[in-house]
Design a protein around this ligand. Structure first.
Ligand SMILES: Cc1cc2nc3c(=O)[nH]c(=O)nc-3n(C[C@H](O)[C@H](O)[C@H](O)COP(=O)(O)O)c2cc1C
Length: 308
C-alpha cells in the first residue's frame, strides 16, 4: 500500500512535521509506504487558461496532455505518484486565510490529468486533509484542502479525516504542542485503519472534525437572495432557531443536488458546453466586438526581471 502526502508548507516546517507524524503512525499500523511531495520545491507552471484540457474532457477524450509538456514542470511526475497511491493526504499552512499558492496552482492543473479524475470518481482513493495557521485567521484553509483531497481522491465520501490547527506561527514550533502531535498521530492511525478496512472490502467512514455540511464536512454557509447554501457543495440549507440556537439542516432532496454528485457534475459540464456553444455560434460577433477592447490597451508594461 502507498500513501502520498502533498505538503504546501515550508521545508521541515510545521506542516511537514505534522505530515511525518502521520506517516510514522501509518507505517507503524499498516506498513504502507509513505512519500512526501514538497509543493514549495516543485516547479508547477501556472495554468494559462488555454482550456485544451477542458475541451478534450468535454468531448470524452482522456488521451490529452497539458500544453506545458511533460518534463517542463513537475505536474505529471506528481500526478503519476497520485495514480500509484492508495491514499492521498493534502496539507497546507494558511496564507492570507487560504492555502498557499503552490497548492492552488497545482489544483488548477488537475484538469490536465487526462482520465485521472474519471478513474478516481469510479474508484475512490482514501483521502485526508489538514492545515495549520500562525493565528486563528485561517477560515478557508482546511475547507480548500478538503476540496483538493476530494478532487484528488474522487469524492467527499473518500475523506476519512480532516483537522486544522491554529496558533503555530514559528517554523517547527509545532513540536512544542503535544496535543497537536498526538492528534496527528491519530490522524495517521485513522488513515491506516481506513486502508486496512478497504483492503477487506469494508467502507471506512469520516472521523474528522465535524462541519455543518454533511457532504463536504465544511463549516461555511453562503447567504444568497433565495436562501442559504454550503458554498463548497452548493447544497441548499434550511436554517431555524431552536431555543435560541441556530440549526442548519440539509434535506435529502437538496443533498441529491450536490454539485459534486453525478447530477451536479453533468449539469456543470453541460453548462460549460452550452457556454462554448453560444460562443461558437457568436464567434464572428465576438471577433468584431472584442477589437474595441483589445485596442483599449491599459495594461502596464512589466519591467525586465533581474536574474538572481
Ligand atoms: C505570507 C504568509 C501569510 C500568512 N498568512 C496567515 C494567515 O492568513 N493566517 C494565519 O493564521 N497564519 C498565516 N501565516 C502563518 C503560517 O500559516 C504559519 O506560520 C504556519 O505555521 C506555517 O506552516 P509551515 O511551517 O508548514 O510553513 C502566514 C505566513 C506567511 C509566510
Amino acid at each position: 500500500m502507498k500513501v502520498l502526502g502533498i505538503c504546501s508548507g515550508r521545508k521541515n516546517g510545521n506542516t511537514e512535521i505534522m505530515m511525518k507524524e502521520a506517516f510514522m503512525a501509518i507505517e507503524e499500523k499498516c506498513g504502507a509506504e509513505c512519500q512526501l511531495v514538497r509543493l514549495q520545491e516543485a516547479e508547477i507552471r501556472k495554468c494559462v487558461g488555454c482550456e485544451t484540457c477542458m475541451v478534450n474532457h468535454l468531448k470524452g477524450n482522456w488521451d490529452f496532455r497539458c500544453v506545458h509538456k511533460n518534463g517542463t514542470d513537475h505536474f505529471y511526475f506528481i500526478e503519476q505518484l497520485m495514480r500509484e497511491a492508495d491514499a492521498i493526504i493534502v496539507s497546507s499552512p494558511a496564507y492570507n486565510l487560504l492555502p498557499t499558492g503552490p497548492m492552488i496552482t497545482f489544483l488548477n492543473k488537475l484538469h490536465a490529468s487526462g482520465n485521472y479524475r474519471d478513474m478516481v470518481h469510479k474508484n475512490n482513493k482514501i483521502g485526508a486533509a489538514f492545515s495549520i495557521g500562525g493565528t486563528d485567521w485561517t477560515n478557508f484553509t482546511l475547507n480548500f484542502c478538503k476540496m483538493a483531497a476530494m478532487e484528488f481522491c474522487g469524492s467527499y465520501e473518500a475523506l476519512v479525516d480532516a483537522v486544522h490547527f491554529d496558533f503555530v506561527p514559528s517554523v517547527a514550533a509545532v513540536v512544542l504542542e503535544d496535543e497537536m502531535i498526538a492528534r496527528m498521530h491519530k490522524f495517521g492511525e485513522n488513515i491506516a485503519d481506513a486502508l486496512l478496512m478497504k483492503e477487506k472490502g469494508e467502507k471506512p467512514s469520516y472521523v474528522g472534525t465535524k462541519g455543518v455540511c454533511p457532504d463536504c464536512h465544511g463549516n461555511m454557509l453562503e447567504i444568497r437572495e433565495d436562501g442559504v447554501y454550503c458554498p463548497q457543495c452548493l447544497t441548499k440549507a434550511k436554517l431555524s432557531l431552536v431555543n435560541d440556537e441556530l440549526m442548519v439542516e440539509f434535506t435529502e432532496e437538496e443533498m441529491a443536488k450536490n454539485r459534486w454528485s453525478k447530477w451536479g457534475q453533468d449539469l456543470h459540464d453541460n453548462n460549460i458546453r452550452k457556454g462554448h456553444m453560444k460562443a461558437a455560434q457568436g464567434k464572428d460577433i465576438i471577433a468584431e466586438k472584442r477589437k474595441k477592447y483589445a485596442a483599449y490597451e491599459r495594461a502596464v508594461v512589466l519591467p525586465e526581471l533581474i536574474k538572481e
